[in-house]
Design a protein around this ligand. Sequence first.
Ligand code: FE2
Ligand code: FE2
Length: 270
Amino acid sequence: MIIAQITDLHLRTDGEKLKGMIDSVAALQTCLDHLGALRPRPDVILATGDLANRARVQDYATLRRMLESVGIPFYVIPGNHDERGLMRETFSDRDDFPKTGEFLHYAIEDHPLRLIGLDTKSGDRVGGEMCEIRLDWLRARLEERPHTPTLIFMHHPPFKTGIGFMDKDEFIGADAMEALIANHSQVEGIICGHLHRQITRRWAGTIISTAPSVAFQMVLDLAEAAPSGFVLEPPACPIFLWRPEMGLVGHMSLIGDFGPRHPFVSDSAK
Ligand SMILES: [Fe+2]
Ligand SMILES: [Fe+2]
């Protein structure tokens, strides 16, 4: 099973450029063309939040149309920029989309690796949250299939990254979530967005990562008082390979034209 993650699309479909310089629709199309051309093709695409930049219904309609055109099953969860109501309006006719309850979280059972999408949006805050209701829901999901390998996808990373201007927005409920995950060894990994960079660490006895954005990247500055900023480093999308005998292996696929594949030649002098 091959899982592609796309994150932080920050779509603007009003004809204006994102931050005055980024064509977010074109960036998403380039990313989807890239994924569609991979061989073998991914089995699923997980879109881990900040799907729209200012969350208007036409942003989500465009997103759905573009994702459907790839022909790969996809699952979406909200980030801090998203609106649950508009996402429901756009996706709730799908059988697998959550129909009831406040939060847009769901478990996807029809793949070899069980997928659990979480909703970490916290009101109008930039930071994330796992409140008691969401922790109880996650606990129930993990307890119902304790021996099934599971990948969790969510928007906000529940750990400090060293990117100071992002870390200042607290993740509410991080310690409680960490204790819960530590009790469930079937969690093969947790993948997040929000940081617009690739970051990996051990957390709660599993591997947790964030991913580059489809549209723009946060500047890599690990000084504690570093000012906020973004850069136009190349976009990329993580590609996870799951095989029962191998476990979950994460690759990073840079999006861009880097020329053809060059075969190695047998003459070692070349
Ligand atoms: Fe974002
Ligand atoms: Fe975010």
